[in-house]
Design a protein around this ligand. Sequence first.
Ligand code: ADP
Ligand code: ASP
Ligand code: MG
Length: 441
Amino acid sequence: MKVLKFGGTSVGSAQRMKGVAELICKEKGNLVVLSAMSGTTNALLEIASYLRNGNPEGATDASRRLEKKYLSHITELYSTKEMQGSAREFIKSTFAFICSLGKEVFGSAEEKALVAQGELMSSRMLADYLIEKGVKAVLLQAPDFLRKDSQGEPDQQYLKEKLPQILKAHKEAEVFITQGFICLGADGRPDNLGRGGSDYSASLFGAAIGASEILIWTDIDGMHNNDPRVVEGTRPVRHLHFEEAAELGYFGAKILHPTCVLPAKFANIPVRLLNTMDPSAQGTVINNESDPGTIKAVAAKDNITAISIKSSRMLLAHGFLRKVFEIFESYKTPIDMITTSEVGVSMSIDDTTQLKGIVQDLRRYGSVSVDSDMCIICVVGDMDWENVGFESRAMDAMRDIPVRMVSYGGSNWNISFLIREEDKERALKSLSKCLFNDAQG
Ligand code: ADP
Ligand code: ASP
Ligand code: MG
């Protein structure tokens, strides 16, 4: 059995859904995981923000606009009057539920129930379309088998017991359809895996059922060697090690959510990134194999803040780093990058909600400086320290760019640079030219 995940753009219109149905029918017996139609999660979050801010009229307006869109998708998607009628009922009751959420308290649980409607609608629409075509499609509700534990992490043991049981119970099924992203919290209320989390769902489901492959269908031909939104002429990378894919996902290559990699890696299930718009394109395969001596790709992560602490007392003082890290830990703020010298430490963070408290506490141990609007550029590939020349090629590409921090040797897979966000485009282009010989100005 395979897991096939289709992202928002792949199911972004009635036409696209029909294309997805065709792809699904090429091979029976698989589990299909869907995102919400593109733009829907953002629209639902906009409705939530109106409700949170006590503006029910704004919420009703936005909700009506979205409902109208869905009603027109339905007219286009189904050919029989019966299916159109029942889909219309379903969409109307979904939006009635959305509007009812604003009537009483509107907290995080209500917001999560609201945002879940995107995946609930797309999955039901596709399942009904397949049924209308005569395919034995079974719609499964992801919250029946995906829930979080008390640490807020997906309960993989529970999933491993539940999901195969549910699949087995439907001997008649030619295809299973379910939702990505959504789950139950440890308290049994609606929850989700965070933005872009459908990739993670697919990988968790794949690991739980021992799938032969996890296919992530999106709107581009696999992972590219640089960010196609910033740099022209990027090329697909045909093979990545799981660690390389995780680094790229984490450092901004939006195509694959970084958490997606772990369950598949541990279960040793290959992940394939494929293009819904061009299904015969080769895409990218991700597995546990490496390609010695190859630089694969470059990615960038924005909105980074650098914090430096300098202390003459640090010289030879053991326990200094522990004190510094404890401050970040007490504010539950993860550190992305770190560099040290004999007199100071520089760190980068992307979550600045606790910045003020962190800086205040750090000042007890030395002088502190902060630089915001920074960006991490991450070069990914086989960066084993015994390989020669790769770091210097990456460094050389950055020769005209002010570099605030460099991190190398933390893993065998990357070298990272912290630069100003305004220099990002220049840096990415120069790296393309120097590392991949892609002509960039
Ligand atoms: P989906 O809706 O299918 O989950 P996403 O929008 O999350 O798709 O991700 C696909 C997009 O990621 C692509 O359209 C592309 O613009 C962007 N992207 C960013 N970096 C990369 C990269 N290195 N390779 C390929 N795509 C990338
Ligand atoms: N629909 C969710 C989002 O837009 C999850 C996903 O598409 O992966 O973030
Ligand atoms: Mg995505």
